[in-house]
Design a protein around this ligand. Structure first.
Ligand SMILES: Cc1ncc(COP(=O)(O)O)c(C=O)c1O
Length: 409
């Protein structure tokens, strides 16, 4: 099995994609491209995207997106509540100058090295469409967050190679192999650290050492959406602010519990930030998002406590599930677990569907990589009581499906 898959890709499956079952060659020949990437969150499929079923937030367990199990810091909620009518009717600071200043202060980075965005997805599209074209070459991990394959292959249209991570190694990134791959002259290499859906984290110092030897034409985009869960000093933000060609993408969605307001930023050297900033429309980050982000960055103690709790909750859920013979748990370092289901039981799609009928949404992770197989699910950590309910529902669903699978004597 090759470790690097050259230019090979399986399509992301999306509900808005008319051609989702076409093999890649046919897709290329058809002149059509998939329009969206599949993402886990099926809450709005169940409850309605017109918000009519909002009461279902009380009964459905959403463990298929990686949104935080904890609420934003109390101060964030208070300040938004206090000023809500004004926040809704008022134009925000044009380029989120206050948010940039606060990020810079909190992270110890020059404000000129920060570009804020309305979610890191916003910044990904901005940067990749600026830097790359159809003749570019990119390298991504496999498995990894699905939007990267989608944007690179289907939106930019460039060649995408995949660096295969092995289940036997618990999906750890082999740093020597990465170092060798970087000599291939890619235009862009994307590293999600900690990675999703595996939760594997490459220590900062190890990555920095490799990144010091980058070829001049290669940019490395490090997605640190979950790095705060690892612990303090795990981020390469400051490194990115002083090393050309290294860009850190920081979502504030998951670690600050701000997915709904949309807030994120990039860290990179000043010329990179200036080039991208010129393409950002005015008022692109909403006023509630800017205020929420600035306030959240001041609530260090609250969030640190939540990260500790997340680690404990992850440990407890892992302990509950890992004795089972029908799944293997890859516990990781963030707010989720990856589980491989036994070959003898149902596949991920069947289990996910069954759990959905029981009010539990978990993510079928099969389409997050070419080698991960059809029996991988990703479960987002919740509070202790909900984790218990998750374990119970999984047990019942697997029992039900295994009984249904066993031929009667
Ligand atoms: C690894 C990773 N990067 C980026 C994103 C997008 O986050 P945002 O809400 O900032 O657009 C996600 C969302 O799940 C993610 O898992």
């Amino acid at each position: 099995m090759p470790v690097i898959k050259k230019g090979f890709d399986r399509l992301s499956r999306g509900s808005g994609n008319q051609n989702q079952d076409l093999p890649e060659d046919e897709l290329c020949n058809s002149g059509l491209t998939p329009t969206t990437c599949f993402h886990g969150g099926s809450f709005f499929d169940v409850a309605g995207a017109d918000f009519r079923g909002l009461d279902k937030t009380r009964t459905i367990i959403c463990a298929d997106t990686l949104d935080a199990w904890f609420p934003p810091a109390p101060r964030v909620v208070e300040v938004l509540r206090e000023h809500l009518p004004w926040l809704i009717r008022t134009s925000p600071p044009i380029y989120a100058e206050g948010m940039v200043k606060k990020i810079a202060e909190t992270r110890g980075i020059n404000p000129a090295c920060i570009l804020p965005g309305a979610g890191s997805s916003d910044l990904m599209y901005l940067a990749f469409l600026r830097w790359l074209n159809r003749s570019s070459r990119a390298l991504i991990l496999d498995p990894t967050y699905g939007e990267y394959a989608h944007i690179l292959k289907n939106v930019v249209g460039c060649r995408v190679d995949r660096l295969t991570l092995r289940r036997e190694a618990k999906y750890a990134l082999d740093i020597a192999l990465l170092s060798a791959c970087l000599k291939n002259g890619y235009d862009l290499v994307v590293l999600v650290n900690p990675n999703s859906p595996t939760g594997h984290y490459v220590p900062r110092a190890e990555l920095e050492e490799v990144l010091l030897r980058l070829p001049p034409r290669t940019r490395v985009w490090i997605d640190e959406s979950y790095v705060e869960f690892v612990g303090p000093d795990a981020s390469l933000e400051r490194f990115a602010a002083t090393h050309a060609n290294v860009i850190v993408g920081k979502s504030m969605s998951k670690v600050y519990a701000l997915s709904g307001v949309r807030a994120a930023y990039l860290c990179a050297v000043r010329p990179v930030i200036e080039e991208l900033k010129a393409m950002v429309p005015p008022w692109s980050i909403s006023l509630p998002a800017q205020l929420a982000a600035v306030t959240a960055l001041d609530c260090f103690d609250y969030y640190t406590q939540r990260y500790r709790q997340t680690r404990d909750l992850r440990g407890a859920l892992t302990a509950r599930l890992e004795g089972r013979t029908d799944m293997q748990i890859i516990p990781g370092t963030a707010n989720f677990l990856l589980a491989h289901l036994s070959e003898r039981g149902p596949d991920a799609a069947t289990l996910v569907e069954n759990c959905r009928g029981r009010g539990l949404l978990v993510r079928d992770a099969s389409n997050m990589g070419c080698e991960i197989g059809s029996r991988a699910i990703r479960i987002t950590i919740q509070d202790a009581e909900t984790n218990q309910a998750i374990a119970k529902i999984l047990t019942e669903a697997l029992l039900d499906l295994n009984v249904a699978k066993t031929p009667s004597a």
